[in-house]
Design a binder for this molecule. Structure first.
Ligand SMILES: [Zn+2]
Length: 259
């Protein structure tokens, strides 16, 4: 799974609008951002097997620290607690923690059974969508379309960076997805790990885009009206560059500062 993780980041903006899209990008891909570091450290292991599956060339030999269900939950808890410690926003911390955990559940349909439930677990799960190119394509791209739609209905571009910057990031995501699945021959494990470290670039890129968009609620209403400029969320200020706005009738998109 690649695009589907970022779909969760886009959608999560509606659940916790005070959090930067860049922070969500960090959370949803945390396990895959950690994985190459553990590979380079020799803690986890991978084998590159060209055309092992139609949509994947990687054999995940061992990755219990980054990709077991138990450790994914622990990483989610750690990220949530850290965010809570620094920002004091419980709802946002919970959403971020769930974003980290969502990675494991979204990997399950794609991987062949190689995802452990806990380090040392003999039970490995995975539905193997990577065995089918159409299934891989429609799952990843379909999820991205859903997540992106939610984000675009919840935010509005403040300027051309907010509009074209967003599409540039989406184009880059699609490019990486198609290149990794269909075009580029997989590099050896060490080079693969270094390449995957490039995922970190989406954190500042998506934070930058988010700063040029404004949260308006769930229905892309042009009549969005400002509420009290409490700015109790410094992340909100940094992510939007303006006072938090809301006009949504639904509590699902309620800003962190509201009761
Ligand atoms: Zn993963």
């Amino acid at each position: 799974m690649f695009l589907g993780h970022y779909a969760v980041a886009f959608a999560a903006k509606r659940a916790a609008p005070g959090v930067s899209l860049g922070t969500f990008a960090f959370a949803v891909q945390f396990l895959d951002e950690l994985w190459p570091i553990l590979l380079l450290a020799g803690v986890e292991h991978v084998r590159v097997v060209p055309r092992r599956m139609p949509a994947s060339h990687v054999e995940f030999v061992s990755y219990p620290i980054s990709h077991s269900l138990l450790t994914a939950a622990a990483w989610g808890l750690a990220v949530g607690v850290l965010y809570l410690a620094f920002r004091r926003e419980r709802r946002a911390a919970i959403v971020l923690g769930l974003c980290v955990l969502s990675h494991w559940f979204l990997d399950v349909p794609m991987h062949v059974p190689d995802l452990p439930l806990w380090p040392g677990s003999s039970t490995l799960v995975g539905a193997g969508f990577w065995r089918s190119v159409p299934l891989t394509f429609f799952t990843d791209v379909g999820l991205l379309v859903v997540g992106l739609t939610i984000y675009m209905r919840s935010t509005r571009a403040l300027d051309r960076f907010g509009r074209w910057g967003l599409w540039s990031v989406v184009a880059l995501l699609l490019l990486v997805f198609f290149a990794s699945v269909f075009l580029v021959p997989p590099p050896p494990p060490r080079a693969l790990a270094i390449t995957v470290l490039g995922l970190w670039v989406f954190v500042p890129l998506m934070a930058w885009v988010d700063r040029h968009r404004r949260f308006i609620g769930g229905d892309n209403q042009t009549s969005a009206r400002p509420i009290r400029s409490t700015r109790s969320s410094s992340d909100a200020a940094s992510s939007t560059g303006v006072a938090p706005l809301t006009s949504m009738p639904s509590s699902s998109a309620t800003h962190d500062t509201q009761p």
